[in-house]
Each structure stands twice: as structure tokens, then as C-alpha cells.
Design a binder for this molecule. Structure first.
Ligand code: ITT
Length: 207
């Protein structure tokens, strides 16, 4: 029988990316929160880092579903000129949660700042809560610069204003595959995938 790996996120755009990046995982059946009958209020994300918040989420959901492997992620954009903001508050800044409003606010805060001073990075911390209680965290980062105006229609969140290093286009101007080949999320999720494959091989094939 396959283990269940539950990705506990209520962000459907993240869900799409997780499905693409993880693909099929032998020995695990992958599920998402919105496929479960139980509807659970999300926890308060009151940690001080991406890692802490992702652990808060996966422990919280893991305690509801003790028999599952539960994974959560916390991610966001850190802008050097803004001392790392919005950072762990990326989902909501100044009580704004709509993507277009947040993008506009960031561009206003960077008005007049030249390209070379608009350095930023996307960060993603993916946590795994295993049925026997072990917690693992995997981090991925992608460096880049903030553009002068929003460009592109793909992706979500801050994708229209994030230009990865050595690229000319924003994440939102790239195809799904192009974003995945560079993204913070895929770097962290591929580490999770490698860990799960290794663990399975150790326990089941005796490697
Ligand atoms: P869950 O906690 O349910 O997973 P959330 O959207 O609340 O969903 P976070 O607290 O991790 O997730 O907030 C992440 C925010 O950071 C997200 O809402 C976007 O605004 C931004 N973000 C993260 N990854 C991004 C990406 O790949 N592209 C653009 N924006 C991103």
C-alpha cells in the first residue's frame, strides 16, 4: 500500500507548481488539502523565519493526519533595498493581499531606485512531518532583481516584477518549465523528493 503524502497549502498556484515539480513519486500517493473532506482552519503563521513558519504549518496539519507524511512550505520575496521586506510577510503587506496591489506597493517603494540596487531573492522553505514525528526542512533560493514595471501574465504573486539573475524576462514572462528550472520552490521541492526516495530505498530495499 502506498503512503499518503499530503501537501498542506491553501494556495492553488503553489499547488499547481508542486504538482508539476514533484510529478509522480513511486510509493507515495500525493494529496492536497482541498481534496480532503475535512476542512481545517489554517494555523497562525507567527514564526520568525520561513523555516519556522513552514514547520508551524506542517506540524499543525500533521497532528490532524498522524498517519500521513505532511509537507508544507513557506515562501516569499526578500528585497535588499527594503532590508529584506516583505520577507515572511509576503502574503500580506500593509493588509494588502491581492497580487496587483502588493506589486504596485513594492514598485512605489522602489521608485527612483536604479536596477543594480533592486536586488532581491525568492526564498522557499519546505518542511516534512513524517508519521513517526521526524521533521525535515529543505530550503531553496533564487536571486534576481525587481523590474521597473510588472511584465507577463504567467505565475502568481510577485512573478511579474522578479527578473532572475542572468535573465531579461520576469518569471511571469516565462513558461512554467522555465520558471521551474530556476525557481526557489523547485530547488527546495527537489531536495524533498530526493530525501523521500532515499528514505524509501533505505527502509524498503535495505540500501
Ligand atoms: P499557504 O500558507 O497556504 O501555503 P500562502 O499564499 O499563504 O499559502 P505563504 O504564507 O508562504 O503562502 O506566502 C507566500 C507569498 O509569497 C505568496 O502569497 C506570494 O505573494 C509570494 N510568493 C511565494 N512564492 C512565489 C512565487 O513563486 N512567485 C511569486 N510570488 C511568490
Amino acid at each position: 500500500m502506498k503512503n499518503i503524502l499530503l501537501f498542506a497549502t491553501s494556495n492553488l498556484k503553489k499547488e499547481e507548481e508542486i504538482k508539476r515539480i514533484i510529478g509522480n513519486l513511486d510509493n507515495f500517493e500525493i494529496k492536497f488539502l482541498n481534496e480532503l473532506e475535512a476542512k481545517i482552519e489554517p494555523p497562525e503563521e507567527n514564526g520568525n523565519s520561513f523555516e519556522e513558519n513552514s514547520i508551524i504549518k506542517c506540524k499543525y496539519y500533521g497532528n490532524f493526519f498522524r498517519e500521513f507524511y505532511v509537507s508544507s512550505e513557506d515562501s516569499g520575496l526578500m528585497i535588499d533595498f527594503l532590508q529584506g521586506a516583505p520577507g515572511i510577510y509576503s502574503a500580506r503587506i500593509n493588509s494588502l493581499s491581492k497580487d496587483e496591489e502588493k506589486v504596485k506597493l513594492i514598485l512605489n517603494m522602489l521608485k527612483g531606485v536604479p536596477f543594480e540596487k533592486r536586488e532581491a531573492k525568492f526564498v522557499c522553505a519546505v518542511s516534512l512531518f513524517e508519521p513517526h514525528g521526524t521533521i525535515k526542512v529543505f530550503r531553496g533560493e533564487t536571486k534576481g532583481n525587481i523590474s521597473f514595471e510588472p511584465r507577463g501574465k504567467n505565475g502568481f504573486g510577485y512573478d511579474p516584477i522578479f527578473i532572475p539573475k542572468n535573465e531579461k524576462r520576469t518569471f511571469a514572462e516565462m513558461s512554467d518549465d522555465e520558471k521551474d528550472s530556476l525557481s526557489h520552490r523547485s530547488k527546495a521541492l527537489l531536495k524533498l523528493k530526493e530525501y523521500l526516495v532515499e528514505q524509501y530505498n533505505k527502509t524498503h530495499i535495505g540500501l
